[in-house]
Design a protein around this ligand. Structure first.
Ligand code: SAM
Length: 361
């Protein structure tokens, strides 16, 4: 909202109130989206194959009649927010017809079973464990020790929380894996980054979603998914894809290239420097032809559009509060890369809001 207009004082006050309230109630849109995801509305409309009326939706979802109007109100907000479009169906001569809802590109990302399904991200990001900690933010600001908001609120780190509960650990890994599938499109446009490599280690590669896609595109590339033993311990690989458990802060298995996708933003500069130095050591056998491939956000407030930058800044606070990590601007990436002893890098935007940074020894 632009406050620089020369409107009257009252007008400015009204507009300020709208701006404030909009940000106070942003959570309603997020939670309504989560409700719609949990109900499986995107799946129902997708299976139906054509726009669905409110009554058809309510019947398919087996809702109690008292909930039909409630569903209408949720759909009204989410249609306004761009998740559904309304069309008129069953119009008889002289009659008005009925409103029917169809999916839009963002709600198609909630259809399960599709390679582009991002429903696990909605589930993970809006899980009570990620939301409840915010009530402790004032207490966190007033503490005299360095810990995450998550730790301040719960008494344990997010990693410890995940590792002690197998269902939350798999929910987190599912969320990561679902986002990784978006990587397939980016990979098609950035194949040259992986060409000429004989081996690659995907550090913090989770359950291997990204590595499997790279392996599919480059079947002769020897790939290793390197992650914490509790994440990869029970996973079995294939001829050219193996899983290795370990600690990236101690050492990283050698390869021509190290991939760090969505890893460095979990860590502060000191920790990221350690990971990058260990990555440099891991590619040292390949001499000047080795590389580290970082996939992460690179914030550019001056040239990116506001919606994109807003999302990146939201992510920055998620990383800060959960891990004391950070989303970095280009100059921060540059400093980290040169401080770790690398000689050059290339950066370019991929998959909408992330960048790919090739780093050379
Ligand atoms: C945000 S996830 C990214 C997963 C994956 N790269 C992706 O993009 O889907 C970060 C990963 O780092 C792993 N990780 C955390 N600490 C680690 C450590 N000390 N050594 C190796 N992996 C670690 C986590 O288990 C998790 O899978």
């Amino acid at each position: 909202m632009d406050f620089n207009s020369n409107g009257s004082e009252e007008n400015e006050l009204y507009r300020a109130q709208i701006h404030l309230y909009k940000h106070v109630y942003n959570f309603v849109s997020s939670m309504a989206l989560k409700s719609v995801m949990e109900l499986g509305i995107a799946d129902v409309i997708d299976n139906h194959g054509k726009p669905m009326t409110l009554n058809e939706l309510a019947t398919s979802l087996k809702l109690h009649p008292s909930k039909v109007n409630i569903l209408h109100r949720f759909l009204r907000l989410l249609t306004y927010n761009g998740f559904f479009v309304k069309t008129t169906v069953n119009a008889k001569e002289g009659g008005e017809g009925e409103i029917a809802y169809s999916l839009t590109p963002p709600s198609k990302l909630l259809v399960s079973g599709k390679s582009t399904c991002l429903a696990p991200i909605v589930k993970g990001a809006l899980h009570p464990s990620s939301l409840d900690m915010w009530s402790a933010s004032k207490q966190w600001f007033n503490e005299d020790k360095e810990q995450t908001l998550f730790e301040s609120a719960t008494g344990e780190s997010f990693w410890d929380f995940l590792n002690k509960q197998s269902d939350t650990l798999s929910m987190f890994q599912d969320a990561m894996a679902s986002d990784s599938r978006m990587f397939e499109l980016a990979l098609q446009e950035n194949k040259h980054v992986f060409e000429g490599l004989e081996s690659l280690v995907d550090v913090g590669g989770g359950t291997g979603g990204v590595t499997k896609l790279i392996n599919k595109a480059f079947p002769h590339l020897k790939c290793t998914v390197f992650d914490q033993p509790q994440v990869v311990g029970n996973l079995t690989g294939t001829e050219n894809l193996n899983f290795v458990g370990g600690d990236m802060f101690k050492s990283i298995p050698p390869a021509d290239a190290v991939l760090l996708k969505w890893v460095l933003h979990d860590w502060n500069d000191e920790q990221s420097l350690k990971i990058l130095k260990n990555s440099k050591e891991a590619i040292s056998g390949k001499g000047k032809d080795g590389k580290v491939i970082i996939i992460d956000i690179s914030i550019d407030e001056t040239s990116d559009d506001r919606e994109l930058t807003g999302l990146q800044l939201d992510y920055d606070l998620v990383m800060l509060t959960m891990f004391l990590g950070k989303e970095r601007e280009k100059k921060e990436w540059e400093k980290l890369i040169y401080d770790a002893g690398f000689s050059s890098y290339k950066i370019r935007t991929i998959s909408g809001f992330k960048s790919i940074i090739e780093v050379f020894p």
